[in-house]
Design a protein. Structure first.
Length: 349
């Protein structure tokens, strides 16, 4: 079955008082795990008749939980408190807690095969951990601690290719690095300077940065998401922006900006056949956007009131769950109308 992005529809939403920064989904289920601004990690069964958030218990976090990632039957969460926590999903209990970084941790990911955990933080370090025992494998970086205007930078984005060969990381100034996942050697770099806005007049402050990176299914292209030039740096009033690269040659294939639904592109997911990408993000409101990867055209977009911080897609590409400002949302994508019509038609005699 081929899903049609133009047939995106919000099915339901569950409101809350907190901000949900990270989301993971147990395979083949509607069971979600989210990280919250109230410092908690929660399980949420979106398939239940009256779903409730069930807290994970134990030696958890003391600040915003900014990311969650499944690793086999366990979960790893990260936080502004600089800690990584391993949890047993079955009983929602903490297994170990590690003081991982000297500054805010922005994201945690797990490499294909579930053997390594990658964390990134505002100490500008990329740290690689053994997923099984939490031992540090390596700490690497090619991201400057200061912006070009000599203020502290931030390291926002990280991803792994589907085959596990490559890692990519992106920072506040628009600097993107590609790493060999086995040797942890730098193999490429890209620059996206439009995603960094500096205001020298109103106050000495900058905003923006690379907020998301994602490899195409075959690993040859890299999508980099953030925000375009911002007029008022007190708000996220700039166009959403995605740049697509053939990263090995350094060729910038597309520069995609949209003013209709503004804000940061927080996460990018490629369709399995690489024909389009799905982007989630926002400013004070949220958005989901689909871009055609043959033409660069915007296929469709929609959104709600809450900034989208993270999203997960089911195995059939028919359901999207989003972690937002004060809500969890469920979206559906219907089957392509032409195929649906053909499938429902009587066979020719």
């Amino acid at each position: 079955m081929t899903t049609d992005p133009k047939r995106l529809k919000r099915a339901t939403q569950w409101n809350s008082q907190d901000i949900l920064f990270g989301i993971a989904r147990l395979p083949e289920t509607d069971r979600l795990i989210v990280g919250s601004s109230d410092f908690g990690v929660y399980e949420f069964d979106a398939g239940a008749e009256a779903p409730e958030r069930i807290p994970f218990e134990g030696d958890g976090h003391t600040s915003y939980v900014t990311g969650v990632a499944l690793v086999g039957e366990q979960l790893v969460s990260c936080s502004y408190d600089g800690r990584l926590v391993w949890w047993n999903v079955a009983d929602r209990a903490a297994i170990r807690s590690i003081d991982a970084h000297a500054k805010w941790i922005r994201r945690v990911i797990v490499t294909p095969g579930d053997d390594r955990v990658i964390s990134i933080a505002d100490d500008m370090q990329i740290k690689v951990w053994n997923a099984a025992d939490g031992e540090l494998v390596a700490a690497i970086s090619d991201h400057a601690p200061l912006t070009p205007h000599n203020y502290p930078s931030m390291l926002y984005a990280a991803t792994a290719s589907a085959d596990g060969k490559w890692l990519a990381t992106g920072d506040k100034t628009g600097h993107v690095v590609i790493w060999d996942a086995a040797s942890l050697e730098k193999v490429g770099e890209l620059e996206t300077p439009v995603m960094y806005t500096w205001d020298p007049r109103q106050r000495r402050h900058s905003i923006g940065g690379v907020r998301s990176v994602a490899f195409s299914p075959d690993g040859t292209r890299l999508a980099v998401g953030g925000i375009g030039t911002i007029g008022n740096i007190d708000h996220l009033g700039g166009p959403s922006r995605v740049e697509i690269f053939d990263w090995q040659s350094g060729e910038r294939v597309f520069e995609l900006e949209d003013e209709e639904r503004k804000g940061l592109v927080e996460q990018i997911v490629w369709a399995p056949d690489a024909s389009w990408i799905l982007c989630g993000g926002g400013d004070h409101k949220g958005f989901l956007k689909f871009y055609d990867m043959e033409s660069g055209d915007l296929i469709h977009q929609d959104g709600g009131d809450g900034h989208v911080h993270g999203l997960v897609v089911d195995e059939n590409w028919t359901t999207i769950f989003t972690a937002c400002h004060q809500r969890i949302e469920k979206w559906t994508i219907a089957e392509d109308a032409a195929e649906e019509s053909t499938a429902g038609a009587a066979p020719e005699s």
